[in-house]
Design a protein around this ligand. Sequence first.
Ligand code: G6P
Ligand code: ZN
Length: 546
Amino acid sequence: MSMKIRRVETTPFSDQKPGTSGLRKKVKVFRQPHYLENFVQAVFDVRPSLKGGVLVLGGDGRYFNREAIQIILRMALANGVARVIVGQGGILSTPAASCLIRKYKTQGGLILSASHNPGGPEEDFGIKFNTPNGGPAPEKVTGEIHERACEITHYRIADIPDLDLDTPGRTTVGPMVVAVVDSVNDYAELMQSLFDFDRMQALFKEDRFSMRFDAMHAVTGPYARRILEDMLGAPAGTVMNGQPLEDFGKGHPDPNLVHAKGLVDTLFRDNGPDFGAASDGDGDRNMILGRHFFVTPSDSLAVLAANAHHVPGYAKGIRGIARSMPTSQAADRVAEKMGIECFETPTGWKYFGNLMDAGRVTLCGEESFGTSSDHVREKDGLWAVLFWLNLLAVRGESVADIVRDHWRQFGRDFYTRHDYEGVDAAQAEAAMNQVRGQLTALKGRRFGDFTVAQADDFAYTDPVDGSVAEGQGLRVLFEGGARLVFRLSGTGTAGATLRLYVERHEADPARHGEDTQEALAPLIGIAEEIAGIQTHTGRETPSVIT
Ligand code: G6P
Ligand code: ZN
């Protein structure tokens, strides 16, 4: 194959600072001449080990995925990458990419996704670099990439025709090998090593049990079909919306009560399935439902931790648990009972990486529908679903019974998140400032039955490398453990999103059946009194309540 390597002059873009999960922008922004190329060259420049090394490459299949992959392959060749492992059709879920990066001891991976944000020519695209441990690049590395992108003067790209991404196998392009691999195989093998596939198969053989998995026309379709339907024998049709589409069927591929409403309705009707689950655009989030029952992500983490001994991959015991700060304290109670460490980190999966690498934690979870373990270094939607399925198979109880039984043992942490999406950035900032201004004065203040024990701006010191992350959310902690947290989203692409997280522990089983919003109404009122979110934003209600 003839190939010419070009050195293309370029100038920096001022907006290439990676956010919570890499660089996310509208497709139109990514399509500007040199935009993607600058960022990718910055990655190659600050990761010299990629030269002569192996790179994993794939994405969630959204609009621009294939085009971006072709560009990156041409640049990988020009930058001396020895081998690129590409998911067939350009498809790799985020956890599957993490699995490949680790399994084949590569020098890292580029994952193309804007996660749960909508896809299409007018919508979002994203790219992030994962390090050889399989996890999202830590702040130090994203900082270096950003710095490099700010001073870039040229990039290198090879002139070669588009490569075939659809046929598994190896192609040699000049000195580089491109290995197109089945997107699912290695990931499915990893799942088989963790879960009891025989018992789960037996569960699907009982005609008493049925499940629906909503792939939301996003990346998990092929993974869920292969694992649930082909390997575990779930009847065809168990996986809904299983065909990945470039625009996710015009949906919003975020597995929550609002965006996965079709699935939720199915589970909340009479005689619906026993178990329901969904995953997001790139397959790292999960939502778990039972019949007439929604499991909060915070409870899910706690239940998985308390039941880990039922699952082969964790039967020897778990080392520790980590949760993001706004996630409820349900998992802390489990860790305490098990006598293991529990860590509270800032929002963002990358903060779990060091703890897992150091062998301090096995399970991690976030309220934002993320749960996973140290089998990869990303959150893993389908893993959480299989974990639940394994539990259901072993315990032979319903989802609701398992969670209620958990509450009886540990008490219930009533939990809700109120999102004010797409608000004016200055107004959101004003509400945050109002809280910030009161942090010192709040201590000791009484609001009805609640007395403030402590109020602060959350900062985290990584126990492994000592790095410090400040300004990670405003916390109002009450005596007895109730909490309010105020935080600005780090992932939105339009205006600002203000999040209010509310929780309260209830020990009395007689009160565990209460409605969450009612059980938390007094605290929600206190939050408004403290922050004046509705006054500042002019919104009478949150846009999303989970
Ligand atoms: C992404 C990250 C998660 C994080 C979430 C927070 O999904 O992968 O680890 O919890 O963003 O989003 P937010 O919009 O609350 O900043
Ligand atoms: Zn995601």
